[in-house]
Ligand binder design. Structure first.
Ligand code: NI
Length: 176
């Protein structure tokens, strides 16, 4: 397994729309494993392939505290949604920034698993919000897009400053 580089907002590659996966073959299985390892290493709860510059419809999620419940979603499709949940979100592509986002509280999704078999998952609360957040990535959309223009400008400036710091002194920026 390998750690992949995570793209950071406002990188334009985060805006690409991902293509469907034709076949869950060894390449995709390896991608899923690498994405999971990358997500765990970054202490995230979800990661979309778009974030590691692979523009295919692949998502990994694990909400457990002990890395015991990985969920692999290939070609996820939203079948149904209802309710409303407002929840504070963050994103590995927008480090150290959290804001409340409103999403559907209950969803049903169909996807292919790591074995290539189709399955359906019903999710509510945090898991529902997380799946919607990751599915947005596949459309080139970030959670900050839901915020006011003012907040979007603020977060963009913050990210650009972070990038500049990292280029100047990589260790210092990481420690922040
Ligand atoms: Ni994200």
């Amino acid at each position: 397994m390998a750690l992949l580089e995570i793209l950071h907002h406002p990188d334009s590659r985060l805006r690409k729309k991902a293509s469907p996966v034709n076949q869950v073959d060894e390449r995709i299985q390896t991608l899923l494993d690498d994405m999971l390892e990358t997500m765990y290493a970054a202490r995230g709860i979800g990661l979309a392939a778009t974030q590691v510059n692979v523009h295919e419809r692949v998502i990994v999620i694990d909400l457990s505290e002990d890395k015991s419940a990985p969920l692999f979603l290939v070609n996820p499709e939203l079948l149904a949604q209802s309710g409303v949940i407002e929840h504070e979100e963050g994103c590995l592509s927008v480090p150290d920034y959290y804001e409340k986002v409103t999403r559907a509280s209950d969803i049903r999704v169909r996807a292919l698993g790591q074995d290539g078999q189709p399955f359906e998952v019903e999710a509510s609360g945090l898991l529902a919000a997380c799946i919607q957040h990751e599915m947005d990535h596949l459309e080139g959309k970030l959670f900050v897009d839901y915020l006011s223009v003012l907040k979007q400008q603020r977060v963009r400036r913050k990210m650009e400053k972070l990038e500049r710091l990292k280029r100047k002194a990589p260790e210092q920026a990481n420690a922040e």
